[in-house]
Design a protein around this ligand. Structure first.
Ligand code: DAH
Length: 341
């Protein structure tokens, strides 16, 4: 039995020393020290020993048990240290690898142009007003003095939202003039940029949704000279100090007199080219002196106050500024296109 015990000790210490992980070690503990283990099996035979031999073998068995337990403990420390080292190795982060750069967006070219325009107007004492895109016909047409049979009221031109033609997608930013005079009162100097909607076929220069900037100035003693002076100043801020302009008579229901303003073609300088369709001039905006009826519709006395108003298309201005040939491009939101600006 003595040899048996020594053999167990030898075998146990050897295999424990070679245990590679905690599970392996646990299986060895069961193998040698467990209830059905080798050491227990030997001890079970002790009943058959003589009285002299029993304490000797008993002591040896205890020693073997103790040395096996100690070896397991020592190896457990080795194994767990090795496991930690392996884990640290596996989870190493290389902090020197360059990070992935987050893509950064930027302002849409049209809004960049709008920001410049706002700056110029704010510098001249204008306030920025906002108005609803879903508008009442009352504001989009009636209070702006558009007669009941005006062609722009037609269902083929305007997106109506109710059968009775009372609610629509605004076809112009001009209703914000009315709202501004009603809420803010006069005197007033304001612009109102925003989306407008018309039943236009889509092509290179038309879209059913586009952007306008409306302007309104009402005060005592405002004349056509103020209109021309203000618009000339602004156009020269945008297009340069030598930009030539001209005013042509026109008709709008909400202004009297009304005009359109052209600028000399910035591409050919007035000799005629494809940009100005050979005209030498480019139509830029509609304007006029606010019709007395419109002032009265907003509770303003036209005997006391006068004013001018104007409206222009923002999209075409941006197209011109960035030399973009097709309006559809600026609404498609194709990143490959937008990234160029
Ligand atoms: N609302 C006009 C349009 O959509 C533009 C316009 C013309 C606005 C003359 C005005 C104005 O305020 O006075 O064509």
């Amino acid at each position: 039995m003595k040899e048996q015990l020594e053999a167990i000790r030898k075998g146990a210490l050897e295999s424990i020393g070679g245990a590679v992980d905690a599970a392996h070690l646990e299986s060895l503990r069961v193998k040698y020290l467990g209830k059905k283990g080798e050491l227990t099996a030997v001890l079970k035979q002790m009943g058959g020993l003589s009285a002299e031999l029993r304490p000797v073998i008993g002591q040896l068995a205890n020693e073997v048990r103790a040395s096996v337990e100690k070896a397991i403990e020592a190896q457990a420390a080795v194994v767990s240290e090795r496991a930690l080292a392996a884990r640290l190795e596996a989870e190493t982060l290389d902090v020197t690898i360059p990070g992935r750069k987050a893509a950064q967006g930027h302002k849409h070219p049209m809004y960049a142009v709008l920001d410049d325009i706002k700056e110029i107007f704010i510098g001249m004492g204008f306030e920025i007003f906002d108005g609803p895109e879903i508008e009442q016909a009352e504001y989009n047409f009636t209070k702006l003095n558009a007669p009941e049979n005006h062609p722009s009221r037609d269902w083929t031109d305007t997106f109506y939202l109710t059968e009775d033609s009372s609610v629509l997608l605004r076809s112009q930013t001009s209703p914000v003039q009315i709202r501004a005079m009603e809420t803010h009162g006069v005197p007033i100097r304001m612009i109102s940029p925003g989306r407008v909607y018309r039943k236009d076929e889509v092509d290179a220069t038309h879209s059913p949704m586009f952007h306008q900037v409306e302007g309104l100035v009402v005060d005592k003693g405002i004349t056509m000279a103020d209109l021309k002076g203000t618009l000339n100043t602004i156009i020269r801020e945008i297009y340069g100090p030598d930009t030539q302009t001209r005013f042509r008579p026109h008709h709008f229901p909400f202004t009297e007199p009304s005009c359109e303003m052209d600028i000399q073609c910035h591409k050919c300088g007035g000799t005629g080219c494809s940009t100005c369709k050979g005209e030498g001039w480019i139509e830029l905006l509609g304007a006029g002196m606010v019709h007395p009826k419109v002032l009265r519709n907003c509770g303003v006395d036209p005997e006391e106050y006068s004013g001018f108003a104007f409206g222009f298309g923002l999209d075409r201005l941006a197209l011109g500024q960035y030399k973009i040939s097709d309006m559809r491009l600026i609404f498609e939101n194709d990143i490959r296109f937008l990234e160029q600006f």
